[in-house]
Design a protein around this ligand. Structure first.
Ligand SMILES: Cc1cc2nc3c(=O)[nH]c(=O)nc-3n(C[C@H](O)[C@H](O)[C@H](O)COP(=O)(O)O)c2cc1C
Length: 193
C-alpha cells in the first residue's frame, strides 16, 4: 500500500476475526514502530503492556466500551468478533511530562499504522475501566493507564466519506454493515496565508 492509501484505510475497526491470531513478527513490528515515534525532549516516558494470551484478552474485553455513538448491540463486537490483542499504554505518574498525551498519540499512531500495513486493524480506546484493568493485570498505583489499543483482523470495511453536513460528524454503518466515517474536507479545516 502506498502511504496515502495506508493513511486513508487505517481506520477504527470494531469487528474482528477472533479466531485468527496475530503472528508474533507482526506484533514485533508494531512495537518497533512505537520505538521510532517522536517524544518531547526524547524523554520516552511511555511503557506498553502487551496482552496476547487469549484468556487475558477475553478478561479485558468486558472492561472496554465500544462505539459510543452507536447502540451497544450494533457497535460492540459480538462473540467471535472480539479483538485478539490489547496493548495498554502506561506511564509512571511520578515521571509524567506535560507532553504525555502527544507522545502517546504519536506512538499509538505508529503502532496502528504498522499493524494496518500488515492487514491488522485496531481501535484506540479511552473508554476503558481503568480500575478493573488495574486489578485484573496487577498494575500498581504509581502506573497510570493512559489508554488501550485493541487489535485484530477486521471483518468489516471502514470508509472515509464526506460529511453531509459539517454539524454532524457521527460515524455510521451502511447497508452492508461497513463503517462510514465522515471527515471534513481539507478546505473546511485550513486557512492558507
Ligand atoms: C483518543 C481516542 C479515544 C478513543 N476511544 C474509543 C473508545 O473508547 N471506544 C471506541 O469504540 N472507539 C474509540 N475511539 C475511536 C474513535 O471513535 C474513532 O477514531 C473515530 O470515530 C473516527 O474514526 P476513525 O478512527 O476511523 O477515523 C477513540 C479514538 C481516539 C483517537
Amino acid at each position: 500500500m502506498d502511504l496515502m492509501t495506508l493513511l486513508e484505510t487505517r481506520r477504527t475497526y470494531r469487528r474482528f476475526d477472533q479466531y485468527k491470531e496475530i503472528p508474533s513478527e507482526i506484533i514485533d513490528e508494531m512495537l518497533t514502530a512505537q520505538r521510532f515515534a517522536s517524544s518531547a525532549c526524547n524523554q520516552q516516558k511511555l511503557r506498553y503492556l502487551v496482552v496476547k494470551s487469549p484468556e487475558l484478552v477475553e478478561k479485558i474485553f468486558p472492561l472496554t466500551k465500544w462505539a459510543a455513538l452507536l447502540p451497544t448491540e450494533i457497535g460492540t463486537p459480538k462473540d467471535g468478533e472480539h479483538p485478539t490483542l490489547f496493548i495498554l499504554v502506561l506511564y509512571d505518574r511520578r515521571k509524567k511530562t506535560k507532553w504525555i498525551d502527544t507522545d502517546a498519540g504519536l506512538a499509538i499512531s505508529n503502532m496502528t499504522l504498522a499493524a494496518w500495513n500488515r492487514g491488522v486493524g485496531s481501535c484506540i480506546m479511552d473508554n476503558i475501566d481503568r480500575k478493573g484493568l488495574r486489578k485484573l493485570l496487577n498494575i500498581d498505583e504509581m502506573t497510570e493507564i493512559h489508554s488501550a489499543v485493541a487489535f485484530g483482523y477486521p471483518l468489516h470495511q471502514s470508509n472515509v466519506v464526506l460529511p453531509k453536513s459539517t454539524d454532524n460528524l457521527n460515524y455510521y454503518l451502511d447497508c452492508s454493515n461497513n463503517y462510514c466515517v465522515p471527515k471534513l474536507s481539507v478546505e473546511d479545516v485550513i486557512q492558507i496565508l
